[in-house]
Design a protein around this ligand. Structure first.
Ligand SMILES: [Zn+2]
Length: 77
C-alpha cells in the first residue's frame, strides 16, 4: 500500500551525482525509526532516469534524519 503523505524523503549529498539530491530511505517508517535508534546502517536511494544510486548514510546524515523524523512524527526522543 502506498501512503504518499507518509513518504519519507531527505535532502542529502549523493556521491554518484556530486550534488545534494532528494533521496528515499529503503526502509518503511517503523523500521527506519528502529534503525536510527539502534544506530544501524540506513540505506537510501536516489532515483535517477538511469540506474538508481543506493548508499548508506553517514553518521551526520543519520543524525539529521533522526531529528527530522522524530519531529515530523512526534516521536519522543
Ligand atoms: Zn545520485
Amino acid at each position: 500500500m502506498r501512503e504518499s503523505k507518509d513518504q519519507i524523503t531527505l535532502q542529502v549529498h549523493c556521491n554518484a551525482c556530486s550534488k545534494t539530491v532528494t533521496a528515499y530511505p529503503l526502509l518503511n517508517r517503523d523500521d527506519l525509526v528502529a534503525a536510527l535508534r539502534r544506530k544501524l546502517d540506513v540505506r537510501v536511494m536516489h532515483v535517477t532516469p538511469g540506474r538508481d544510486h543506493i548508499w548508506s548514510l553517514d553518521l551526520e546524515d543519520k543524525e539529521a534524519l533522526s531529528n527530522a523524523i522524530y519531529q515530523r512524527f512526534s516521536i519522543p526522543t
